[in-house]
Design a protein around this ligand. Structure first.
Ligand SMILES: NC(=O)C1=CN([C@@H]2O[C@H](COP(=O)(O)OP(=O)(O)OC[C@H]3O[C@@H](n4cnc5c(N)ncnc54)[C@H](O)[C@@H]3O)[C@@H](O)[C@H]2O)C=CC1
Ligand SMILES: N[C@@H](CC=O)C(=O)O
Ligand code: NA
Length: 438
């Protein structure tokens, strides 16, 4: 059979990794598919730039759109990134009846509903495994392997850069900026690394995961997002002493107030598998009503792991090229007419435990004032510790962990505590999750 002709848009970290992987594993890929996967064209911004990838036999140009309309291209892989940059290209390819494989979570989190609708109208595939948790085949697991379940919760370490930074800060005592620079040098970070640091990239991924887990339209707007910028090395050390690790978690679950969608730094008990996920690795813990807790672990970023997911999608898409759409798995695992808008829980209705670090004046009665405020809001304390002051400081850090309480009550209490003369606010509030043992 003739080769499947592939056009790639963007030849950066993931694009380069994808070309290399397709070359390296051409032989087993052909045995899987019965046809060769041949990259015939790539679009780049700067053709004169030296690239660490063998481009022999590939037409290299700068006109990405012409690949999307080329009748000699069977499948388009979009790896240029960005939303406004990528959307017209993806639309153009779909419009020309070409399936698209993309790693672009920002695009799908923000414009996915429209793009999947359009792809459906065109009767072509739009595959995105690489967009969530890099090399971990989590979309396939949720869409297909776990289809028999009602999904109860997903707790994910979904941003490799943030996890890498938190790991380096804890184990090497690195400062925030140095740890970020390392992650950038390794090709993990987004073009705009604030996406990684401020939880936006993890939120893009969570918006997609929630849609696939609950059969709901993608709703990025419903997300509560906090990044890791405020996490200090002190917090990491205090959490450690209390028996926890701080992770940037992306959480969606069927909670008391509806479906929760939140990304924030989180204390996770040290004896859980999620807590032991270090460096660029990601992990996604999914609880289904039938299967119980399951965990998916692997590299969340980088050229080869992400290319692994891109090529996995490419094989899937190539297998059903030209087949009627009903022979394919629906984009989000549920048929378009089977998607349902749930109640999305406001973050104030989330119930969880909390870690609170305050800077208190070292004088009698301070702790009594703090505990009185907490008890007035119905919040009970699981542990409280006064720490040594930092050299030269007159304030003493006081750290406490609460039992489960509503976010609304906790926020009210912290506002009152920060209003006390004896507290130098703002205090540091970090949520704590008792994830199921796997
Ligand atoms: N780097 C990683 O580990 C992962 C990245 N992703 C996603 O993969 C996509 C690509 O990411 P990277 O490869 O890391 O980015 P990158 O910045 O290394 O590569 C993007 C490349 O596309 C080129 N480009 C931009 N607009 C173009 C256009 N109109 N025509 C031709 N070339 C164009 C840029 O010059 C750049 O070389 C993004 O959507 C990113 O979010 C997803 C998972 C992991
Ligand atoms: N910047 C992202 C890349 C993968 O999606 C990350 O660090 O996880
Ligand atoms: Na994936």
């Amino acid at each position: 059979m003739d080769p499947v002709r592939v056009g790639i848009l963007g030849l950066g970290t993931v694009g380069g990794g994808t070309v290399s992987l397709l070359r390296r594993n051409a032989e087993p890929l052909k045995r899987r598919l019965g046809r060769a996967l041949e990259v015939t064209r790539v679009a780049v911004k700067d053709p004169s730039k030296p690239r660490p990838v063998d481009l022999e036999g590939i037409e290299v140009g700068t006109d990405a759109e012409s690949i999307c309309t080329d009748p000699n291209i069977d499948i388009v892989i979009e790896l240029v990134g960005g939303v406004d940059n990528a959307e017209p290209l993806v639309r153009k390819a779909l419009e020309h009846g070409k399936p698209v494989v993309t790693a672009n979570k920002a695009l799908l989190a923000e414009r996915g509903n429209e793009l999947f609708r359009f792809a459906g109208e065109q009767g072509v595939d739009l595959a995105f495994e690489a967009a969530v948790a890099g090399g971990i085949p989590i979309i396939k697991a949720l869409r297909e392997g776990l289809a028999g379940n009602r999904i109860e919760s997903v707790h994910a370490i979904a941003n490799g850069t943030a996890n890498y930074m938190l790991s380096r800060m804890r184990t090497e005592g690195m400062e925030f900026a140095g740890a970020l620079q390392e992650a950038q040098d390794l090709g993990y970070a987004e073009l705009d690394p604030t996406f990684d640091v401020d939880g936006i990239d993890a939120a893009h991924k969570l918006a997609l995961v929630a849609a696939v887990a609950f059969g709901a339209p993608i709703n990025y707007e419903a997300l509560h997002i906090e990044g890791i910028r405020s996490i200090t090395r002190e917090d990491i050390l205090y959490a450690d002493e209390l028996g926890y690790r701080i992770k940037l978690l992306a959480i969606t679950k069927n909670g008391p107030g509806g479906i929760e969608l939140r990304v924030h730094p989180t204390l996770v008990p040290q004896d859980t598998m999620l807590a032991s996920v270090e460096g660029v690795f990601n992990a996604v813990q999914v609880v289904g009503d039938a299967v119980g807790p399951t965990l998916y672990y692997g590299p969340g970023a980088g050229a080869d792991p992400t290319a692994s997911a891109v090529v996995g999608d490419l094989v899937d898409v190539a297998r059903t090229l030209g087949a009627p759409p009903e022979y394919r798995v629906p984009y989000l695992g549920f048929r378009a007419d089977g998607m349902q808008e749930p109640r999305w829980a406001p973050v104030e209705e989330v119930e969880t435990e909390y870690y609170l670090r305050m800077q208190a004046q070292d004088q009698p009665g301070v702790l009594a004032q703090v505990t009185r405020i907490l008890s007035e809001e119905g919040i009970s304390i699981e542990a409280i510790r006064q720490k040594e002051p930092r050299p030269g400081d007159t304030d003493v850090p006081v750290v406490l962990v609460t039992h489960t309480t509503k976010e609304r009550a906790m926020r009210k209490a912290v506002a009152a505590i920060d209003g006390l003369d004896v507290i130098n606010g703002p205090s540091q509030l970090i949520r704590l999750e008792e994830v199921d043992a796997v």
